[in-house]
Design a protein around this ligand. Structure first.
Ligand SMILES: Nc1ncnc2c1ncn2[C@@H]1O[C@H](COP(=O)(O)OP(=O)(O)OP(=O)(O)O)[C@@H](O)[C@H]1O
Ligand SMILES: [Mg+2]
Length: 245
């Protein structure tokens, strides 16, 4: 199962990617959690701020994806990199940091992007683990071929106009790209707020606001408390497995 977590900034993408990864690993499923956000949010949630993202390892980028000063290898061999550069976090759970992706629209054919695209492709199309990608925003770094291998995108939404507008755009975009399932996840909502969001789109799952989650983002070393959020996320994890398998 390959899942990309998207949505407007601050909606809870990393929080959801972090907890889902742990939930699946605890179910004895092999998981690779992937930080595809240049600010390396997910790495810090796992307490791995010092792990180097692949795109920042200059020697590796040059060796695999640069042919000369002006020529980029558009089809770099990356088959060994995921095992070599992912860090073990817990039983069944590995963390891979991809790092900075150049923004879409810049048309950059730089070696970093070439390497990241190839790694995304490898993760989505070749690996047998559950892959959970914490995306920076959009899905532009993935080629159409890679996107076809994504089983679902989660579009994380909060009850406000800005988030609703970004969610609508992401849903349209994923439809154009032919993504199999786009699931809206309402985060930090109560019943009334869920009703408000449901006027704009079908909500696949709703997660409540959790003081414990907010607190745990200040101190990632502590084990998050079990509460309504964890329970609801467990239900989401099961729903995804059921819908996608
Ligand atoms: N259900 C929740 N209840 C309470 N706080 C939450 C909940 N979900 C996320 N948060 C808090 O909201 C903040 C933003 O969450 P997070 O970092 O996961 O968002 P993000 O979408 O990854 O942000 P960015 O776009 O900056 O990467 C964090 O402080 C997090 O603890
Ligand atoms: Mg984040």
């Amino acid at each position: 199962m390959k899942i990309a977590v998207t949505g407007k900034g601050g909606t809870g993408k990393t929080t959801i990617a972090f907890h889902l990864s742990r939930i699946y690993a605890k179910k004895n499923l092999n998981v690779i959690a992937v930080d595809a956000d240049s600010s390396l949010n997910l790495a810090s949630y796992f307490g791995h701020e010092d792990q180097k993202p692949i795109s920042s390892i200059r020697k590796l980028v040059d060796k695999r994806a640069r042919i000369s000063d002006v020529l980029v290898n558009l089809n770099p061999d990356v088959h060994d990199l995921i095992d070599e550069y992912s860090a073990p976090i817990a039983e069944n759970l590995k963390l891979l940091l991809l790092g900075g992706v150049n923004k879409a629209g810049t048309g950059c054919l730089c070696p970093e992007n070439s390497l990241l695209r190839a790694l995304m492709q490898e993760l989505v199309l070749q690996r047998n683990e559950i892959v959970i990608l914490d995306m920076e925003a959009g899905l532009e770094i993935m080629s159409r071929g890679t996107l076809r291998g994504i089983d679902a995108i989660l579009v994380v939404t909060e009850p406000n106009l800005g988030s609703i507008s970004v969610t609508k755009k992401l849903l349209e975009f994923s439809k154009e790209l032919g993504i199999k399932n786009s699931y809206v996840i309402a985060n930090k909502v109560d019943e009334e707020q869920l009703g408000y969001l449901s006027k704009s789109f079908d909500v696949f799952h709703a997660l409540p606001f959790s003081p414990a989650v907010q607190k745990s983002s200040m101190d990632t070393k502590s084990e998050p408390e079990s509460d309504g959020f964890q329970k609801s996320l467990g239900e989401l994890a099961d729903k995804l497995l059921k819908n996608i398998k």
